[in-house]
Design a protein around this ligand. Structure first.
Ligand code: SF4
Ligand code: SF4
Length: 446
């Protein structure tokens, strides 16, 4: 094991003065809660791979403390160890001192983004590419723009251009090549609860079939809005069949997780405000999320809004109305991948298993290594592709050695990361959301 303290002589250049004392003091106070017991180390995916203290939660906290107090500079080695963190929060879930690691790493990234006094060569380590700035600002933060892209991407896929570009190697090993490989089949939004009509975007309201049981809101997200319309459609269908009216407020926006993990606190706060306003004007029993990464972010808005946020599987497990629903049996093995945010933040990983037992004949089993992140982790698979692939490889082996017909997971990032890698191994295992599979067995038309 390499002690992170052994790194300090190498990375000390001069004490760094931070622009504002306040955020660094907040950071320092939280790092002081760590008693360096090391109980989190075996749970950290990056530490398990590198066996370097600087890639462990304890080591990263020591580095954050060093930077916040000005003892070490915010240089490229520091950035490398912080950016190597998946923000999976497995360490937080087992910490006996309740160190708020997720908050610590986000605050550190905010400091990194705000730091004006770091040496020039280090600035390049924290600077984002122009393409990323445009995508985050003009699409992720304005997700309705994805609606305009949907038809274009469907056409692109229909013509076989996605496959052609993958095969051609024209994009080489760029981030665009990764995105092109990962792009799932694009679906259109449903327009009504009773027919499989499609539209450019979702309707404001979907009325229930049969006895009304309550009013819920559906959160669409940004990437999921484009890449996981199938799950949104399935969720509306299942909720309507059970008697729930589903509201899809058009004013809603991205949850802000990508901006928060990138240190952009201003945009994060703006997006949170817009979502709270969009949903709070309706009288809802619950705000339903189908992507655990978004759900985790919404659940930590620190507003009354957050108490209503619930993952779709958890909501459906507790919902009434199942006695009238006919579900077609499925005599197959269904493996379940637990996303980190569902397990460590929402504490809801048991619900997809319980929900899928509603399908007669289905054998629902956990994927081996479910306590470890798959490497998708927001944009981690793009920024740290080597570690992301290493983290996924054991899961792919386990899947290829199994009898599973389906892998279900409740986070679109995990779905895209796992399914594109599985496809490369010629696997026929279908990767989808548990509710999409359930809706199919409830005879949803598309
Ligand atoms: S388990 Fe908590 S207190 Fe112990 S080293 Fe890890 S972060 Fe620090
Ligand atoms: S959030 Fe995950 S990757 Fe980061 S230090 Fe904690 S356990 Fe390790």
């Amino acid at each position: 094991m390499v002690s992170c303290l052994s790194l300090l002589p190498e990375i000390i250049i001069k004490p760094t003065k931070l622009v504002s004392d306040s955020p660094s003091n907040i950071l320092l106070a939280e790092t002081n809660r760590c008693v360096s017991c090391g109980l989190c180390l075996p749970h950290c995916p990056t530490y398990r791979i590198t066996l370097s203290e600087a890639d462990s939660p304890r080591g990263r906290i020591a580095l954050m403390s060093g930077v916040a107090s000005g003892r070490i500079p915010m240089n490229s080695r520091f950035v490398q160890h912080i950016d190597g963190c998946l923000t999976c929060r497995s360490c937080e879930a087992v910490c006996p001192s309740n160190v708020a690691y997720g908050q610590l790493v986000d605050n550190t990234r905010a400091l990194m983004a705000a730091s004006l006094l770091s040496p020039l060569e280090d600035k390049t380590a924290i600077q984002k590419s122009w393409l990323r700035v445009i995508v985050e600002k003009e699409f992720i933060a304005k997700p309705t723009r994805f609606d305009a892209l949907r038809s274009l991407l469907r056409f692109y896929q229909k013509l076989g251009l996605q496959r052609l570009l993958n095969k051609s190697g024209l994009l080489k090993k760029t981030k665009l090549a990764t995105l092109n490989t990962q792009l799932p089949h694009i679906h259109m939004p449903r327009t009504s609860s009773s027919k499989a009509d499609v539209s450019k975007s979702w309707s404001k309201i979907y009325f229930p079939i049969g006895k009304p049981r309550g009013e819920v809101g559906l959160f669409l997200g940004c990437v999921a809005r484009l890449a996981d319309a199938a799950t949104h459609n399935a969720s509306i269908y299942v909720l309507n069949r059970l008697g729930y009216t589903v509201h899809v407020p058009p004013m809603q926006t991205c949850c802000g997780a990508l901006h928060q993990h990138g240190g952009d606190t201003k945009t994060t706060a703006q997006l949170a405000q817009q979502n709270v306003e969009a949903f709070n004007r309706l009288n809802l029993h619950a705000i339903i999320t189908t992507t655990s990464g978004c759900g985790a972010q919404l659940a930590e808005y620190h507003s009354d809004f957050s108490t209503k946020v619930v993952d779709i599987s958890k909501f459906l497990v507790a919902a009434d109305g199942w006695e009238d629903i006919k579900i077609t049996p499925l005599q197959y093995e269904i493996m379940v991948h637990d996303p980190c945010t569902l397990r460590n933040v929402l504490h809801s990983s048991k619900y997809p298993y319980t929900l899928l037992t509603r399908i007669p004949g289905a054998l629902v089993i956990p994927l081996a290594g479910n306590d470890q992140c798959c490497g998708a982790a927001g944009t981690y698979f793009l920024d740290q592709p080597v570690m992301a692939k290493t983290l996924l490889s054991d899961k792919i082996t386990a899947l290829n050695n199994s009898n599973a017909h389906f892998l279900v997971t409740s986070n679109i990032g995990c779905t895209m990361h796992i399914s594109s890698t599985l496809r490369n191994t010629n696997s026929e295992i279908e990767v989808l959301h548990p509710v999409t599979l359930l809706a199919r067995q409830m005879n949803m038309l598309s």
